[in-house]
Ligand binder design. Structure first.
Ligand code: ZN
Length: 289
């Protein structure tokens, strides 16, 4: 089927007490693995390309590849541009066929974040594309965006209603204690804050920095009302380990590249299936929309 929007794929998540996993990919093998894992679980799934992945693969190549993957299966798939700050790239992604984009203007002051996010929503509306924005700052390092002290920038629930109302966004990334990349020590999530955020808005909420969050914390986030959970770093690590192992396991006389990169698909599919079980989205392929 055709790609669906973020708005469509997240509809019903909060009421249904499940979240849709959003997984970063950097090439064909991991992207196809994500799709195959979701198909096995009969789950909706979001494929995310970061700005650097788009620069590596190519914008139209990403859009063409993932829309082709969606056409070959019967689960809802959304193609999302993750953490974009460059308005020109965002607009080009929308034109290329992405069904969701994230405008990350969270480094800007509140008013400017509203203005920039609203500008993207206006443009995206013309193409029927969804928009995610961020309020507060998720810690860690994502592409070239580095936030050293995440606790200084947790999302303020009081700032949310006006932000959602004036921007018209379809999903809101919130900072409640997670960080991008690997954790040095176990993250401490602010569940009380999450509860307050859920109470002040119907806008679907997004958890960034999902790699290394304990399973129980994920379940509590989903139960409290988180709708989309991003996982990137874990898949990068899985890709690298699977590839290294395949190279090590095969004699030098094996020259078919598919023998080396092929196992990446299955390894990524396994990670995705595990997350789908935790996020509760198995057999929810037709609960959205
Ligand atoms: Zn993120």
């Amino acid at each position: 089927m055709s790609l669906v929007t973020l708005k469509e794929i997240l509809a019903g998540t909060r009421e249904g007490h499940y979240a849709v996993g959003a997984f970063n990919f950097n090439g064909y093998e991991d992207a196809q693995g994500i799709v195959e894992g979701a198909v096995e679980k009969n789950s909706p799934v979001i494929l995310m390309a970061s700005s650097s992945a788009v620069k590596y693969i190519g914008l139209y190549q990403v859009a063409g590849m993932v829309s082709g993957m969606a056409k070959s299966v019967d689960i809802p798939i959304c193609l999302h541009l993750d953490h974009a700050t460059d308005v020109a790239m965002i607009k080009e992604a929308i034109r290329a066929g992405f069904t969701s984009v994230m405008i990350d203007a969270s480094a800007l002051p509140y008013e400017e974040n509203i203005d920039k996010s609203r500008e993207i929503v206006k443009f995206a509306c013309l193409y029927g594309c969804s928009v995610e924005a961020e309020l507060g700052r998720v810690g860690g390092k994502e592409d070239n965006i580095v936030v050293d002290d995440p606790s200084a920038a947790f999302t303020d629930p009081a700032a949310v209603p006006r932000f959602v109302e004036e921007t018209g966004i379809d999903a809101l990334a919130v900072a409640i204690g997670t960080a991008h990349g690997f954790y040095k020590s176990e993250p401490k999530l602010d569940f009380e804050r999450l509860q307050q955020l859920v109470a002040v808005t119907d806008c679907p909420l997004v958890l960034h920095g999902g790699t290394g969050v304990p399973e129980e914390d994920f379940r509590r986030c989903v139960h409290t009302g988180m709708s989309k959970i991003n996982v990137g770093t874990e898949l990068k690590a899985t890709y690298s380990h699977a590839l290294r192992k395949a190279v090590a396991d095969n004699p030098e006389s094996v020259f078919d590249p598919r023998k080396y990169v092929g196992p990446v698909k299955a390894a990524c599919a396994e990670v995705v299936k595990g997350k789908i079980d935790i996020f509760g989205s198995a057999d929810k392929a037709w609960s959205c929309r």
